[in-house]
Design a protein around this ligand. Structure first.
Ligand code: SAM
Length: 283
């Protein structure tokens, strides 16, 4: 897609108004969901997104490696959780759908698995709804919500149509918490969401880090995101570990994305890929 017009045409759905693009796309402002789509090799992005993403990649080729490793972790983690018996998934910061989305993987294991996708990005929402409008998917919904408003998330009637919060739920926070800065209380948000879920629920998250970025380059990526619609706050391993306080971290603990139950040959970059990941059970 190269401009606003071509995106609008893609969104003319037989399902009607709900799939029409909201007015607030702001294609001139780089957006994290569309930049991430570009890192992954997707086409749902505007020139401003591509330009910002190229600048980040010029700083470090590891950015694209990290994005791909993050997406692969998402898929392994969802499959692993489904195999543990989890049938409900609350996926916040869904992103633009690509191959191997949460509901597709979960429903390979449990055809009746339920997924609520939440995102605050209009492009991610419209593409998500278009994906789910097709035949052959189980119970899943796409909801407009902001992670910084956990009360609104927990009260959202659409979410409650799909998820029963009285039964265990896997809370999925993949590559989103680094868009929540400290002033917005990310630890408190995660705690509040987990407090609303019963014992036997899970937290799976991935989080960008600068732990492996040379000192001279620290902060340069964040500087580019400063002009985007969400700011980047990378966190250290110790800071990411805090999100799991009070939970039982599953094997192999908090590791870089490629090292979590790997399913491919090891690569030299595995231990320094800039994404910490972990999966934990609520006791
Ligand atoms: C890097 S993408 C990650 C997509 C997917 N979770 C994955 O890991 O492949 C980050 C997503 O988080 C969304 N996001 C960022 N800040 C958000 C917020 N405050 N509330 C809801 N979604 C947010 C963006 O719109 C984007 O779709």
């Amino acid at each position: 897609m190269t401009d606003h017009q071509s995106i609008s045409l893609d969104w003319m759905s037989p399902d009607g108004d709900e799939l029409r693009p909201p007015a607030d796309l702001r294609p001139e402002i780089p957006h994290p969901a569309r930049m991430y789509d570009y890192y992954l090799g997707g086409k749902d992005n505007f020139p401003a997104d591509r330009e910002a993403a190229e600048r980040v990649m010029a700083l470090s080729p590891m950015v694209r490696i990290s994005a791909l490793a993050n997406r692969a972790f998402l898929q392994r983690a969802v499959r692993h959780l489904a195999q543990q018996g989890v049938k409900q998934f609350l996926d916040i910061g869904t992103g633009i759908p690509t191959v191997g989305n949460t509901h597709e993987i979960a429903q390979q294991v449990h055809p009746d698995a339920r997924v609520a996708y939440l995102d605050n990005d209009p492009i991610a929402l419209v593409h998500g709804r278009a994906l789910l409008a097709g035949a052959g998917h189980g119970r899943a919904t796409v909801v407009h919500a902001d992670l910084r408003e956990p009360d609104a998330i927990l009260d959202n009637p659409e979410l409650h149509k799909v998820l029963d919060l009285g039964q265990p739920v896997a809370l999925l926070l993949f590559a989103i918490l680094h868009f929540i800065d400290d002033a917005d209380n990310p630890y408190g948000i995660v705690r509040q969401l987990l407090d609303a879920l019963p014992s036997g629920s899970y937290l799976a998250l991935s989080h960008g880090t600068s732990d492996f970025t040379p000192a001279a380059d620290q902060g340069k990526g964040a500087a580019i995101y400063r002009n985007a619609s969400a700011q980047l706050t990378t966190r250290s391993r110790e800071q990411v570990l805090r999100f799991f306080d009070g939970l039982e971290l599953m094997e192999p603990g908090l590791v870089t994305a490629p090292l979590w139950h790997p399913d491919q040959e090891p690569r030299e970059t595995d231990a320094t890929t800039g994404i910490w990941v972990g999966v934990a059970r609520k006791p």
